[in-house]
Design a protein around this ligand. Structure first.
Ligand SMILES: [Zn+2]
Length: 211
């Protein structure tokens, strides 16, 4: 009897990407991190807004442009209010918006540290021989799929690679998915039927305490 365990992993990056920019005070290129504070300037009906970053060495500032000379009526009132009040949820979302950050900084350093929240969608980890892992990544991460799987299944990278070589580990992505960053919407299938410790692996995947 085939018993498939279906789990969802939500990947939450812990460190926002850092742009490397010339720092006037340091006189060199330095990483900057978001201060979590925004600045909004109104000039008549035109609005400018930026997110303030600080050099991690000297605290020198860099203003990341968010809105430039935008008509106030074309701006989502929720966003404007969030920027005016430094709403932490919004400023964090902006700090993790890698694509937008890349528009104003050529070099951006990404971090692979993540928190993974695990939910069982269906199936029983105690009896599963096969697993389907659905990835949800609301913010982009640079964490590679093979590293994610090794960490979250409690297996060595070589064992993950061996499962992949045996075609027991596949994904809805191109064939080089193991070396690519984990992506929102990706589905990974793991056939554990040949593994003696499959129950332990399935319980780790499900985030269930095996004791
Ligand atoms: Zn500096």
């Amino acid at each position: 009897m085939s018993d498939v365990l279906c789990v969802q992993w939500t990947i939450i990056p812990q460190t926002a990407p850092q742009p490397w920019l010339p720092c006037r005070r340091c006189g060199d290129i330095r990483p900057f991190s978001s201060s979590g504070k925004a600045r909004v300037n109104a000039n008549g009906k035109r609005i400018d807004a930026c997110l303030i970053y600080r050099c991690i060495d000297c605290d020198g500032t860099w203003n990341r442009p968010l809105l430039e000379r935008r008509n106030v009526r074309s701006i989502d009132p929720g966003l404007l209010h969030a920027l005016r009040t430094n709403d932490p949820e919004w400023t964090a979302r902006l700090a993790f918006d890698l694509d937008d950050l890349r528009r104003s900084a050529e070099r951006v350093e990404e971090f692979g540290d993540v928190e993974v929240r695990k939910n069982v969608v269906s199936g029983n980890p105690h009896s599963a021989a096969k697993m389907e892992i659905h990835l949800a990544a609301p913010s982009k991460t640079s964490l590679r799929v093979d590293r994610l799987l090794a960490n979250e299944l409690g297996l060595s990278r070589s064992r993950i690679q061996a499962l992949h070589d045996k075609e027991c580990l596949t994904a809805t992505a191109d064939r080089h998915f193991m070396r690519r960053p984990a992506k929102d919407g990706m589905r990974i299938t793991v056939d554990l039927s040949g593994e003696s410790d499959r129950h332990l692996v399935a319980m780790t995947a499900a985030g269930v305490d095996s004791s």
